[in-house]
Design a protein around this ligand. Structure first.
Ligand code: HAS
Length: 555
């Protein structure tokens, strides 16, 4: 019943499509520029290349992290979610759409302002903008506008979803819209931490209104946001895995209830775990580190549910097609369809990517890998492979759907090539990062250096060259996908590209209403945040050192 309602609205409204596409354009421009910065980085770190015209390594690293980690992701997610809401619960109202556009422009003004400061070398503070590194105040103001703009892009999703529920009392909402709303809510709660950090600490500090900031407090507020941020990236990929991939392979959603439970678990467990990024940080009591590590292990559960659900979906489809045996389903999948292949490669990458996360979260093992390039390997497998490959797979049908064109056979083939290149490049680069970080302690976030000829640093060079090879393959993939996106947006033949939305399996259990009761989950979320953060933050504030002045242009 619920999916019949979902399927009533088959297309994204043309006016909503414009808003979604505006977000897509910025996302793919960010990919191109951020990807170029990535290429320059791996070349510098190979020891074979020097940046020209006085450009600094850390400046390029900041461009790379901000454009890919914050800008590409946020714009893509907002575009995808706006489209998903419009497709499944109906067109936005004029007011809702207007709020969305204001959000888009605020985000874009903020992005341009922040990017200009980075390019002028006035904000070389990397994507985590840790104090005491200090950026120009325009950079912080730009970031604030990005966050406020993104909130305004979440508002129409909340409003349209609430309107649907009011009009369809007692019915389970369409899964995709529900998921978009949970992710937007997660984003809203997470960004409160970074908003407090920037508005009350970094911005006044940078403007000279206050002389010093408490470094530990800024970092703790950052990571309150920073770990939920990774699930804000992941959940749209899970939206595609749960609700779109099954349709592409001709299957049904294994369980609507399980999918909703996974999303609600992410909502409550994503935030109270940020301290696992600070396990080596002095100034936070071991007990609270331990508690947040335990909570981190809870946030692994919804990913395990997702793995189970995906295997079940594939296997059921395989059996339906008459495949037998443990892995018979494998042959039944549409390997030549880029809309499936890329998300699938993303799933495969998440097996080692997730396992690496479990290593990071294990307190003792964290001592070994923290601040080594193993961590960079971890997030290139998770966000840069799992999430980004899924986003590419989505873009291949979403962009033509929004622009009234079609993904032709030729363009689909190009999509497959992009996926294979991306997976190969990431495999080479991130394996080299994992190995040299773990076995030899190679540092992350550092320019090429021979460390005065130290023998340990000499061991790293071969791996750094491997990273440059992987990075170069990735940049070739970026050029191809840029071409593909331009084709899909402007030149592909006109036509109707399907926005695939799967139906729930007929024999799946009915979804319990509690899974859509935001009040109950909201109370648990707030209680968990208060529990996990009150004492650590109280301790940090009450034992605060004098604070630090800012340092800038160190490079
Ligand atoms: Fe992480 C650091 C722990 C997941 C991103 N992480 C980072 C940083 C980033 C990041 C960007 O505890 C660096 C931040 C910085 O700059 O300092 N991470 C975890 C844990 C998980 C995890 C426990 N991380 C992610 C995801 C990310 C991401 C997702 C981005 C999207 N991470 C950490 C910790 C640190 C950290 C510490 C700090 C380290 C330090 O010391 O600084 C978990 O959520 C992972 C659970 C995942 C699984 C995998 C489930 C598998 C699935 C695939 C199924 C496959 C199928 C295909 C069906 C348990 C769902 C089958 C087909 C076949 C053919 C087999």
């Amino acid at each position: 019943m619920q999916q019949t309602i979902a399927n009533k609205v088959m297309k994204v409204d043309a006016r909503d499509a414009k808003l979604a596409m505006a977000n897509m354009y910025v996302a793919f421009i960010a990919l191109l520029v951020g990807g170029l910065a990535g290429l320059l980085q791996v070349l510098v770190r190979s020891g074979q290349f020097k940046l020209p015209w006085g450009i600094g390594y850390y400046q390029v690293l900041t461009v790379h992290g901000i454009l890919l980690g914050l800008i590409l992701t946020t714009y893509f997610i907002m575009g995808f979610q706006i489209a998903a809401v419009s497709r499944t619960v109906g067109p936005l109202t004029n007011t809702q759409r207007k709020i969305g556009w204001i959000g888009f422009w605020l985000m874009t003004i903020g992005t341009v302002a922040a990017a200009t400061m980075v390019l002028l070398n006035e904000a070389t503070v990397l994507y985590t903008f840790y104090a005491p590194l200090k950026a120009h105040w325009i950079f912080y103001l730009g970031l604030t506008l990005v966050v406020v703009g993104s909130w305004l892009l979440c508002v129409p999703q909340f409003m349209r979803y609430a309107q649907w529920r009011k009009e369809n009392k007692g019915q389970t909402s369409p899964l995709l819209a529900f998921m978009a709303v949970v992710n937007s809510l997660l984003w809203f709660v997470a960004t409160l931490g970074v908003a407090v950090e920037v508005l009350f600490m970094l911005l006044p500090w940078s403007l000279g209104l206050i002389e010093r900031v408490d470094v530990l407090l800024t970092r703790t507020l950052f990571w309150y946001f920073g770990h939920a941020l990774v699930y804000f990236w992941l959940l749209p990929a899970y939206m595609a895995w749960y609700a779109i991939v099954p349709k592409i392979i001709g299957a049904k959603i294994f369980s609507d209830a399980l999918a909703r439970l996974a999303f609600m678990l992410f909502l409550i467990f994503s935030v109270p775990v940020g301290i696992h990024h600070q396990l080596t940080e002095p100034g936070i009591d071991g007990l609270w580190k331990f508690i947040q590590v335990v909570l981190t292990f809870f946030v692994i559960v919804p990913s395990l549910l997702t793995a189970f659900s995906m295997f079940a979906t594939f296997e059921l489809r395989g059996r339906e097609l008459g495949r037998k045996g443990l892995l018979g389903w494998f042959k039944a999948l549409p390997w030549k369809d880029s809309r499936f292949l890329l998300p699938f490669m993303g799933m495969v990458a998440f097996i080692p990517g997730g396992a690496g996360g479990i290593v990071n979260a294990s307190h003792q093992m964290n001592q070994l890998v923290h601040n080594t390039i193993w961590i960079t390997g971890h997030f290139h497998l998770t966000v840069a492979t799992t999430v980004v490959l899924t986003f590419f797979g989505v873009a291949f049908w979403l962009i033509p759907h929004l622009t009234g064109r079609v993904l032709t056979k030729k363009l689909n083939f190009l999509g497959v090539i992009v996926g294979i290149l991306w997976a190969t490049g990431m495999f080479i680069m991130s394996s080299a990062m994992h190995i040299v970080g773990l076995l030899s302690g190679a540092p992350r976030r550092s320019e090429f250096s021979e460390y005065g000829g130290a023998s340990q640093a000499t061991e790293w060079i071969a791996y750094q060259i491997a990273q440059a090879v992987g990075g170069t393959i990735l940049f070739i993939a970026i050029i191809l996908i840029t071409y593909l996106v331009i084709q899909l947006a402007f030149f592909a033949p006109k036509g109707e590209q399907d926005f695939p939305v799967a139906e729930v399996a007929p024999d799946a259990e009915k979804t319990p209403a509690i899974l859509e009761n935001f009040k109950v989950w909201g109370v648990i979320l707030v209680a968990l945040i208060i529990f996990a953060y009150t004492v650590p933050i109280f301790d940090i504030i009450s034992n605060a050192p004098p604070g630090s002045k800012g340092f800038n242009n160190l490079w």
